[in-house]
Design a protein around this ligand. Structure first.
Ligand code: NZQ
Ligand code: ZN
Length: 385
């Protein structure tokens, strides 16, 4: 196992009917900015429930944070935080609202040009404080509710940003708040969680038994609940399992002490930034193609994945790995998500612009061994056509 630090201060408040606890979680007599997205929280009554449980505070609202939150939108909220002396931000929504709120929290404490916080070469934000924040999660997918990362979009680029100051103070995870999600967003959540897990697991072995077994547990749970939670959204137990898997897949736990390979996310971010394809849908396209191209490098872990996650134990090593990759693609397709670029109208010509973006953002040495070059990215993208 590799050396590691594990630090995670977020208080998780999990389960039904916990909204009344907001009053004790959010500082009293404070100025609160409630942030949200394009209106689902109005439509489905979540915002009303939040407001009803926050007496004795001065409340401001900022809606309109879009999927793949945009820098220019978020800077409007930074103005409100500064002008109204906001001392707590409450994000109500999915990954985009939570991420956007982390950026608002950081940029509000930064005296320089906030664009400096978006640096693809140096994701660690040069800021020594942030407005404290909490989240109320309406979409299980990103893990943003229990990590300190955010992904912000600007000028056709998605930039990851991290800070020790952006762990939410608390996150309310009430699975019933996610019942209103359209099927396609539930599928996105399953896939994003699946890929977060494999990017910290399908690398090379370092004898990290706990991390491997936990990753396998998350993957198997996703496989077990996927059909039910997709087709019977109000099945509480299935959805509760998805919600908790999403949080645990990207809160630092399974990534501690193991190599990590974020190639899928790095290439996926460029595809979303250029063509607007949902984050998780880019991952479903790329992961099988990446494994096909990196089969030899990842052989030991792919065989472990085949055996322990999909119970594939017959045949030669090559046959087992090929079947595991095919079974993974079939799983994503079974959720109604395509695993091909061409399904979104992209062709070989578009690959040039993806490669150019990767080069512009210095994503030229990806993977757990930093030897995944732009030429290999091209090979992957051609396989994904
Ligand atoms: O905007 P509203 O109207 O709220 O609608 C949203 C949005 O259109 C809707 N939605 C959310 N909760 C709902 C709902 N609709 C009905 N009922 C509900 N309960 O869903 C749509 C998508 O929301 P979004 O927040 O964009 O999705 P997701 O949670 O998948 O977040 C994606 C963003 O997270 C970033 C991605 O890059 C992308 O920008 N990521 C953040 C990570 C992190 N912080 O650690 C890691 C991830 O890998 C990812 O990169
Ligand atoms: Zn993701």
């Amino acid at each position: 196992m590799l050396n590691f630090d594990f630090y995670n201060p977020t208080h998780i408040v999990f389960g039904k009917d916990r909204m009344s606890e907001l009053d004790s979680l959010v500082p009293k007599n404070s100025n609160i900015l409630i942030t949200y997205g394009g209106g689902s929280v109005n439509k489905f009554g979540t915002l009303d429930k939040v407001l009803a449980n926050l007496p004795d505070r001065k409340i401001f609202q900022f809606g309109g944070i879009e999927p793949n939150p945009q820098y220019l939108t978020l800077m409007k909220a930074v103005e409100i935080v500064k002008n109204e002396d906001i001392d707590f931000i409450l994000a109500v929504g999915g990954g985009s609202v939570m991420d956007g709120s982390k950026f608002i929290a950081l940029a509000s404490c930064y005296s320089g040009n906030a664009l400096n916080l978006l640096n693809p070469d140096s994701p660690l934000a040069p800021v020594d404080c942030a407005i404290p924040m909490g989240t109320i999660v309406t979409l299980p997918a990103t893990g943003s509710e229990m990590n300190n990362g955010a992904v912000i979009s600007h000028n056709e680029t998605k930039v990851p940003i991290f800070s020790i100051h952006t762990f939410p103070k608390f996150s309310i995870l009430d699975p019933t708040l996610t019942f209103t999600l359209p099927k396609t967003q539930v599928a996105n959540g399953i896939i994003d969680t699946f890929i977060h897990t494999v990017e910290q697991y399908v690398t090379y072995p370092v004898n990290a038994g706990f991390q491997d077994r936990t990753a396998e547990g998350i993957l198997q749970t996703l496989i077990e609940v996927s059909d039910t939670t997709l087709n019977n959204p109000e099945d509480y137990d299935a959805r509760a399992n998805l919600v908790w898997c999403s949080t645990m897949a990207l809160n630092g736990l399974i990534g501690s002490g193991v190599p990590q390979d974020w190639t899928t996310h790095m290439i996926g971010h460029e595809i979303t930034a250029l063509f607007g394809i949902d984050h998780a849908k880019t991952l479903a396209i790329l992961q099988p193609a990446i494994w096909k191209v990196r089969k030899e490098k990842k052989k030991a872990k792919l065989l472990q994945y085949a055996a322990r996650v999909w119970n594939i134990t017959d045949g030669t090593d090559d046959e087992k790995i090929d079947l595991a990759i095919k079974t993974t693609s079939d799983f994503f397709e079974s959720l109604g998500v395509s695993t091909k670029l061409s399904a979104y109208g992209l062709n070989e010509k578009n690959i040039d612009s993806i490669i150019a973006s990767l080069a512009k953002n210095n994503r030229t040495a990806l993977s757990e061994t930093k030897d995944l070059t732009l030429d290999i990215c091209r090979e992957i993208l051609i396989k994904a056509l």
